[in-house]
Design a protein around this ligand. Structure first.
Ligand code: PDD
Length: 285
C-alpha cells in the first residue's frame, strides 16, 4: 500500500506531499506537533493529545486549523489510507505561509496542517523492550518553554544524534543544578532501591507527556508509589531501574546510563509491568 499524507485539505501520495517554501514551519520552526500511537487500528489517547495540541497552539497564538471533530476525522482517514494497524500518526500545525518576516503574518493567514502516518514493527519494538536501551546524559540547552510541543527541535536532534553515535537510544538533558529534565523525545523515570517511582514534575522544564500521565495512573493502580520530584544523574546511576516514556516507545526500560549498567543491567520488573499494563489504562478509540 503506498503512503498517503494529508496536506492543507488534500490527501496526496507521500512522495508528492509538500508545503510551500515560505511556510513558517520550514523557515522559522514556527509550529507545533503531536505524535499519537496507533494500536490495533485505534488511536491511543487522542483526546489528551488534541487537548495538548490546543494548548500548544494557544500558547503560541497560532489559530486552530480546523475544529476538533474534523481533525479527528483527518487523523483517522490518514491512518486508514495508510493501512496502519500498529504505528503512529503525526500531525503538525504551523503559522502558515507568508512572505518571510519574523513578526506574525497578516491576520487571517491560514495555519498549515500536515498529517502523516506510518507503521511500526511491533515485534521488533518488543525485542528492543526486552533488552532495554542505553541512555547518555547531555547538558540542558533548550529554551524554557519546552512545555509547548514545538517543532523547534534542534537541541533534541543534536542530543539524539550524539546518543546514537555513542551507541545509545536516548539522551537525557541535565539542568544546571544536575537534575535530569527529560529525554530528547521521551520523559525520564527512575525506580529507587526503596521501590519508589520518581519522575520530574511536569511544571518544571519538561513536556507533560501523555504517556507519562497514563503511566502514573497505571502505577497507582498497581499499588506503586510515584514521587514527582527532580532526580540527579547520580541518583539515576544508583537506581534500581530506569525507563523512558513516549507515544513512540510506550514504556521502554533503560539498562545503561552513560555507559554503566542501571540496577542489574536488565529491564526491571516495574518498567516491564507498566509496559504490559499500559494499554489497559490508555484511552483507545
Ligand atoms: N515526543 N518529552 C519530549 C521532549 C518529547 O518530544 C516527547 C514526545 C515526550 C513524551 O510525550 P508523549 O508521552 O506525549 O509522547 C516527552 C514525540 C513522541 C516525538 O517527538 O516523536
Amino acid at each position: 500500500m503506498s503512503r498517503i499524507a494529508y496536506v492543507n485539505g488534500r490527501y496526496l501520495p507521500h512522495h508528492d506531499a509538500s508545503v510551500h517554501v515560505e511556510d513558517r514551519g520550514y523557515q522559522f520552526a514556527d509550529g507545533v506537533y503531536e505524535v499519537c500511537e496507533v494500536w490495533n487500528g485505534h488511536l491511543v489517547d487522542e483526546r489528551r493529545h488534541l487537548d495538548r495540541l490546543e494548548r500548544s497552539l494557544r500558547e503560541l497564538r497560532i489559530a486552530e486549523p480546523m475544529g476538533r471533530a474534523a481533525l479527528s476525522l483527518v487523523l483517522r482517514e490518514v491512518v486508514r489510507r495508510n493501512g496502519v494497524r500498529d504505528g503512529l500518526v503525526y500531525l503538525q500545525v504551523t503559522r502558515g505561509v507568508a512572505r518571510r518576516d519574523h513578526v506574525f503574518p497578516p491576520l487571517g493567514t491560514a495555519p498549515s496542517l500536515v498529517v502523516t502516518a506510518r507503521r511500526a514493527d511491533r515485534a521488533a519494538q518488543e525485542k528492543v523492550a526486552q533488552q532495554g536501551v542505553a541512555v547518555i546524559t547531555v547538558p540542558e540547552n533548550r529554551w524554557p518553554r519546552v512545555d509547548i510541543k514545538s517543532i523547534s527541535l534542534l537541541p533534541n536532534v543534536l542530543a539524539k544524534q550524539q546518543a546514537k553515535e555513542a551507541g545509545a537510544r536516548e539522551a537525557w538533558f541535565v539542568d544546571a543544578q544536575g537534575f535530569v529534565t527529560e529525554g530528547g523525545s521521551t520523559n525520564a523515570w527512575i525506580v529507587t532501591r526503596a521501590g519508589r517511582i520518581v519522575t520530574r514534575p511536569a511544571e518544571l522544564g519538561i513536556l507533560r507527556g501523555i504517556t507519562r500521565t497514563v503511566v502514573m495512573e497505571v502505577a497507582r493502580a498497581l499499588g506503586l508509589e510515584v514521587e514527582e520530584r527532580p532526580f540527579t544523574v547520580a541518583e539515576a546511576a544508583a537506581a534500581q531501574e530506569a525507563f523512558i516514556t513516549a507515544a513512540t516507545t510506550v514504556v521502554m526500560p533503560v539498562v545503561v546510563l552513560d555507559g554503566r549498567p542501571v540496577g542489574d543491567g536488565k529491564p526491571g520488573p516495574v518498567a516491564v509491568a507498566l509496559r504490559l499494563k499500559f494499554h489497559d489504562f490508555a484511552e483507545i478509540a
